[in-house]
Design a protein around this ligand. Structure first.
Ligand code: NAD
Ligand code: DAU
Length: 349
């Protein structure tokens, strides 16, 4: 029996990780803590909300007293830490919130694990989920490896990089058993429609402009979210304490090529004339400090732990688009709220 604390489980990646752990490991008790920011959505978890091995607690990772109570009450033995502010554009307008959640929240959690586990670290694990953005930006050649020097360039990635450093510092200084993974761009069901793929699917559906930053030539490496959750499962169970593993899709796209694929698939699914969605493409002012290219080399994870992406992009993007088209109410409830204000500030400047 293992009592596992998952943070940020009501968010995009977190909900897939929570579902996988609850469904695949009935002997584990999964305690999901999330303070339900704009990005947290309990609707993402209806499939498992009544499972006997699942508990949800609304809690802030910066709240030390609450964390202490949770560690004691549930006798937490492992942490899978996903809670974070995650959107680069929002980090440009509000860097302090990112420093608070991503740095101070991670530090508060690390420190509570250290205190609650009383330096008795046998069979304990603090697993920190991070991003490839900590490595900075690539030119046309090369890949991010686990030993690529950190060079974060946005307030989001600077905060995530700092949190990674704190995790390693707790391992080095106090012997806390940690593992870190740095993953590339995820896509799939339940992603908040501020991120490129769900935003563009929703805008196409509503015949709204598709705001492409700069020339659309920035490159991202896309991974289906359930493949990321599966990698997290493998690293959680087999990862070497103190190690870092990169996770990626071996699947690079320029934004504009990716957007054109989405446009084509949407035309077919919405039974619109070919070329209808592409006409919505609108080039807008570039993101400040926009990283040119991310590309992960996930060979270590493949060679050492046997993980590989299972889904081809073609299938993944179809599944993703179908999910958003079949879950219109999920989308509607999000875009009806404070989202409007965010959207107007971000895109109607
Ligand atoms: P998300 O924004 O969809 O979800 C974040 C979740 O954290 C939300 O449910 C939110 O309510 C919760 N949260 C935020 N602040 C909190 C706080 N103070 N206390 C408790 N809960 C809080 O993010 P995501 O895309 O699912 O990303 C999850 C993690 O994975 C993040 O750490 C992110 O840096 C990392 N990551 C994301 C991607 C990606 O492509 N989305 C890629 C690599 C790594
Ligand atoms: O690489 C991993 C990271 O991927 C994660 O750590 C982040 O949490 C996640 O948000 C994501 O960051 P990106 O900035 O790469 O994702 P986003 O979906 O915001 O943007 C993808 C690309 O599309 C990027 O080059 C910016 C561009 N873009 C984005 C939006 C929202 C546009 O051209 N127009 C847009 O409206």
């Amino acid at each position: 029996m293992k009592n596992i604390l998952i943070t940020g489980g009501a968010g995009f990646i977190g909900c897939h990780v929570v579902k996988l752990f609850v469904q695949n490991y009935p002997d584990y008790q999964i305690i999901n803590i999330d303070n339900l920011t704009y990005a947290g959505n309990l609707e993402n978890l209806t499939a498992i909300e009544n499972a006997p091995n699942y508990t949800f607690i609304k809690a802030d990772i910066c709240d030390q007293q609450k964390l202490k109570e949770i560690f004691e009450t549930y006798q937490i033995q492992a942490v899978v830490h996903l809670a974070a502010e995650s959107h680069v554009d929002r980090s440009i307008t509000n860097p302090f919130e990112f420093a608070n959640t991503n740095i101070m929240g991670t530090l508060t959690l690390l420190n509570q694990a250290k205190i609650s586990w009383c330096s008795n670290f046998e069979d304990k694990l603090f697993y920190h989920i991070s991003t490839d953005e900590v490595y900075g930006s690539l030119g046309d050649e090369g890949f991010f490896l686990e030993d690529t020097p950190y060079d974060p360039k946005s307030p989001y990635s600077a905060a995530k990089a700092s949190s990674d450093h704190f995790v390693r510092a707790y391992h080095n200084t106090f012997g806390l058993p940690v593992v870190i993974t740095n993953c590339s761009n995820n896509y799939g069901p339940n992603q908040f429609p501020e991120k490129l793929i769900p935003l563009f699917i929703n805008n196409i559906k509503n015949s709204k402009a598709l705001p492409v930053y700069g020339k659309g030539l920035n490159i991202r490496d896309w991974l289906y979210v359930e493949d990321h959750a599966r990698a997290i499962d493998i690293v959680f169970h087999k990862g070497k304490i103190g190690d870092t593993y990169n996770i990626g899709g071996f699947n690079e796209w320029t934004n504009i090529d990716l957007i054109k694929v989405i446009c084509k698939v949407m035309d077919v699914k919405l039974r619109r004339a070919e070329g209808t969605s592409e006409k919505l493409i609108t080039y807008v002012t570039d993101r400040a400090g926009h990283d040119k290219r991310y590309a992960i080399d996930a060979t270590k994870l493949k060679d050492e732990l046997g993980w590989e992406p299972s889904l081809q992009f073609e299938e993944g993007i179809h599944k993703t688009i179908d999910w958003y088209l079949n879950n219109e109410e999920w989308m509607q409830r999000i875009v009806n709220g404070a989202y409007q204000e965010y959207y107007n500030t971000q895109y109607n400047r």
